[in-house]
Design a protein around this ligand. Structure first.
Ligand SMILES: Nc1ncnc2c1ncn2[C@@H]1O[C@H](COP(=O)(O)OP(=O)(O)OP(=O)(O)O)[C@@H](O)[C@H]1O
Length: 248
C-alpha cells in the first residue's frame, strides 16, 4: 500500500563532516506523504544537523537531498531570544515573510490569517501579548502557528516537547494528529513514549541511520543499537515493543 504514496522527500548517501568529525554518515531514506516520522537518537547523534540540511541551512554536505514539497519548521524551544520586545501576532506574521517582505507591508488579509491560525491552535487570546510573557506550552503553539503561516505541506519539528508540561504536550500531539491528516510530519524527539504512541514511522539515528521502519515493527534491539542505556529508556515506553529472540 505504501508504494502508491508519493515521495515528499528523498535523501541519498548523505555524508556531512566538520573538519575530521563525521557527523552524518551514509544516510539514505525516503519520506512519503502523510507519514508521521519520529527521529530519535542520543545527544549529539546528528538529529538537528540532519534537520538543518533538510531546511537548506547547511549546504556543504555530500550526497543528494531532494525536497518536493514546501516545509514549515517548528524550532527548538530556545530559538528566539524571549527578552526581544516582539508580540505574538508579529511572530506569526514572520512566518509569512515571503509574502509580506522585510518592510512589513502586511494587509488586513495577513492579520486575519494570524487570527485564524491562533484560533485553530486555541491561543487567540495571546494575539497582542509579548513573547517573553508566554508559558512553554503557549510559546510552542505560537511557533507552530508561525510554521503553518506559510501553508507548508511538510512540517518539521525539533524537540517540540522541551519546556512543556504533560497536559500541554498531550494537547499539542492532538493538534499534530489533526494536522497530519493533510500534512507530512517529521519530528525530532527525546520523548520516546510519545514517539511510540503518536508516530507511524521511526528513524533511529546515531551518526548513521540504524533503522527506519514502521513504529509498530520497532524492537528493543533497534533501540539498543543507538542507546547504550537502553534498559532505563525502555521502562518509560508505555507501548510494548516487539521482543526479538536471538534467532530472529
Ligand atoms: N558547526 C559545527 N562544528 C563542529 N561540530 C558540530 C557543528 N555542528 C554540530 N556539531 C557536532 O555534531 C554533533 C551532532 O550535533 P547535533 O546538534 O546535530 O546533535 P543532536 O542529535 O541534535 O543532539 P541533541 O539531542 O543533543 O540536540 C555534535 O557532536 C555537535 O557538537
Amino acid at each position: 500500500m505504501q508504494k502508491s504514496k508519493k515521495i515528499v522527500m528523498s535523501v541519498d548517501q548523505l555524508n556531512y563532516k566538520v573538519e575530521n568529525n563525521e557527523i552524518l554518515r551514509n544516510i539514505s531514506f525516503n519520506i512519503y506523504e502523510n507519514e508521521f516520522v519520529g527521529i530519535i537518537g542520543p545527544n549529539g547523534a546528528g538529529k538537528t544537523t540532519l534537520i538543518k540540511i533538510l531546511l537548506n541551512e547547511i549546504k556543504e554536505y555530500q550526497g543528494k537531498v531532494n525536497i518536493y514539497k514546501k516545509i514549515g519548521y517548528v524550532p527548538q524551544h530556545d530559538y528566539f531570544d524571549k527578552s526581544f520586545p516582539i508580540k505574538a501576532y508579529e511572530i506569526v506574521l514572520m512566518g509569512m515573510y515571503k509574502e509580506i517582505g522585510i518592510f512589513k507591508h502586511y494587509k488586513k488579509y495577513h492579520k486575519e490569517k494570524v487570527h485564524e491560525l491562533l484560533k485553530l491552535l486555541q491561543i487567540d487570546y495571546l494575539y497582542d501579548r509579548k513573547v517573553g510573557k508566554l508559558s512553554g506550552g503557549e510559546y510552542q503553539r505560537l511557533m507552530l502557528a508561525r510554521a503553518l503561516a506559510s501553508n507548508p505541506e511538510i512540517l518539521i519539528l525539533d524537540e517540540p516537547e522541551a519546556g512543556v508540561d504533560k497536559k500541554g504536550e498531550l494537547l499539542f500531539y492532538k493538534t499534530l494528529k489533526e494536522l497530519n491528516k493533510n500534512m507530512t510530519i517529521i519530528m525530532v524527539s527525546h520523548d520516546l513514549s510519545m514517539v511510540f504512541k503518536e508516530t507511524n514511522k521511526v528513524m533511529c539515528l546515531n551518526h548513521s541511520l540504524h533503522c527506519h521502519k514502521s513504529t509498530a515493527d520497532m524492537t528493543a534491539d533497534d533501540l539498543k543499537k543507538i542507546y547504550s542505556e537502553s534498559l532505563e529508556m525502555l521502562v518509560h515506553i508505555d507501548k510494548p515493543l516487539k521482543v526479538v529472540s536471538k534467532n530472529d
